[in-house]
Design a protein around this ligand. Structure first.
Ligand SMILES: *[C@@H]1O[C@H](CO)[C@@H](O)[C@H](O)[C@H]1NC(C)=O
Ligand SMILES: *[C@@H]1O[C@H](CO)[C@@H](O)[C@H](O)[C@H]1NC(C)=O
Length: 354
C-alpha cells in the first residue's frame, strides 16, 4: 500500500517534468522565455483594473487586434508583441495582472501605462505599477517558477536563458519633469542631473534583475518625445526641449550598456536607439504628425469613435503611441538590423545566439 501511494505520487511528477522538458526540446521559440518591464509602449492589460486615467481597454483601441481592446495602447500589436512573434513565441506573453491559465515559464509582461523609473511619475493620472513594483512582481513570479521547477537553483539556471526587455523612462519626462504644475523635479534638477538620477535608479534595477538571474537584456532608449502628436498639437511643431532631454538620457543609457558589458562578461546587454528608430520610420508613413484616432485632450483616443481607415499610413495611433504598423518596423529592426546606430552592440537575434 505504501509503495503504491509513492508510485502514484511520483508518476504525475515525472509526467510534469516530461512536459517541461518537451518545451525545451520541441518549443519553437528561439529563446525559452521573455520578461517585459516598461510603460504603455509595452503594457498588455496590467492597468485594466487599476484606478487610473491611463488605461485603454475600450474601443477603438485594439481595432486590429484579434480579441479587440485588451489594454494595449495601440490599434493592434505593440512592438514587443511583434518581437515575441519574431522570436517564435506562439502565444502573447501574459500580463502579470492575469497569468491565470498561462504558462509563466514562457515569461510575464509587467509593463504598466504611465509608469516610470521614479515612483512618483505619472501618479497625477492615478495608480500605476512603477519599475520598483514591477521588480517586486518579478520576485513573486520567480518564487512560483522555483516551485514549478523544483528549487531555486533549477529556477536560476532556467532564468539565465531568458530574454529581459526593459523599455521605460518616457513618463519620467512626459508625466513628471515636463509637468511642473504637478511635479517638482524640473526645479530640483537640470536635464543632465535628472537623466543621471534616472540612469542611477535604472542601473540599480538592472542589478536587481541580474541578481535574479537575468543574463541577456535589451535596454531601450527614449524617442523624440517632443515630436508626438500631443506635443505637435500643443506647439505647432516638434518641441526641442523634451527632445534634447531624451537624448541626454539615451546617450547615458548607451554608456551604461557599455559599462555593463565590460563588468559582467557572462552577460550581454544591448541598447536600442529609439531616436534613430523614429527618424528612420518617418520615411515609411504619409502622416507622422497627427493621430489616427479622434483624441481627448490631445492624448488618448475618444471612446467608440471611428478611427482613420488607412492605419498603415499613420505613424501614430493616438497622441503618444505608435500604430501597429510603426511598431512592426521597430520590432523588425530590433530583431535583425545590423545598423549599430539602431541596436548596439548587436541585435536581438545575435544577443540570444551569443
Ligand atoms: C518612492 O521612492 C522613494 C525612494 O526614492 C521611497 O523613499 C518612497 O518610499 C517610495 N514611495 C512609494 C510610495 O513607494
Ligand atoms: C530579418 O528578419 C525578417 C523576419 O524573419 C526577414 O524577413 C528579413 O529578411 C531579415 N533581414 C535580415 C537582414 O536578415
Amino acid at each position: 500500500m505504501a509503495f503504491e501511494t509513492k508510485t502514484l505520487l511520483i508518476f504525475p511528477l515525472l509526467l510534469l517534468a516530461a512536459c517541461y522538458m518537451q518545451e525545451f526540446v520541441y518549443g519553437k521559440s528561439q529563446v525559452p522565455c521573455l520578461f517585459i518591464f516598461g510603460d504603455s509602449l509595452s503594457d498588455s492589460g496590467n492597468n485594466n483594473n487599476l484606478r487610473t486615467l491611463s488605461k485603454v481597454n475600450y474601443k477603438p483601441y485594439g481595432i486590429d487586434f484579434p480579441k479587440g481592446p485588451t489594454g494595449r495602447f495601440s490599434n493592434g500589436l505593440t512592438s514587443i508583441d511583434i518581437l515575441a512573434q519574431l522570436l517564435g513565441f506562439e502565444d502573447f506573453i501574459p500580463p502579470f495582472a492575469n497569468t491565470m491559465g498561462s504558462n509563466i515559464l514562457k515569461g510575464v509582461n509587467y509593463a504598466s501605462g504611465s509608469a516610470g523609473i521614479r515612483n512618483e511619475t505619472g501618479k497625477h493620472l492615478g495608480a500605476d505599477i512603477d519599475l520598483g513594483l514591477q521588480l517586486q512582481n518579478h520576485k513573486t513570479i520567480i518564487a512560483r517558477i522555483s516551485n514549478m521547477l523544483g528549487g531555486v537553483q533549477q529556477a536560476s539556471r532556467y532564468l539565465n536563458q531568458c530574454l529581459y526587455y526593459v523599455n521605460i523612462g518616457s513618463n519620467d519626462y512626459i508625466n513628471n519633469y515636463f509637468l511642473p504644475q504637478f511635479y517638482s523635479s524640473s526645479r530640483v534638477y537640470n536635464p543632465t542631473q535628472y537623466a543621471q538620477d534616472l540612469i542611477d535608479r535604472l542601473s540599480q534595477s538592472i542589478m536587481t534583475l541580474h541578481n535574479a538571474g537575468a543574463r541577456k537584456m535589451m535596454l531601450v532608449g527614449i524617442g523624440p518625445i517632443g515630436c508626438t502628436p500631443n506635443a505637435i498639437a500643443t506647439h505647432g511643431s516638434c518641441i526641442q526641449e523634451p527632445n534634447a532631454a531624451a537624448l541626454i538620457f539615451s546617450s547615458k543609457l548607451k554608456s551604461l550598456v557599455n559599462r555593463l558589458n565590460m563588468k559582467f562578461t557572462g552577460s550581454k546587454f544591448i541598447f536600442r536607439d529609439s531616436t534613430t528608430d523614429y527618424y528612420t520610420s518617418l520615411k515609411s508613413f504619409r502622416v507622422t504628425n497627427a493621430a489616427c484616432c479622434r483624441l481627448v485632450l490631445n492624448s488618448l483616443c475618444a471612446l467608440n469613435q471611428t478611427p482613420c481607415g488607412n492605419r498603415n499610413e499613420y505613424m501614430f495611433w493616438d497622441g503618444f503611441h505608435p500604430t501597429s504598423a510603426a511598431n512592426k518596423l521597430t520590432a523588425l529592426r530590433s530583431y535583425n538590423s545590423t545598423n549599430l546606430d539602431f541596436v548596439y552592440p548587436m541585435n536581438v537575434q545575435q544577443l540570444i545566439q551569443s
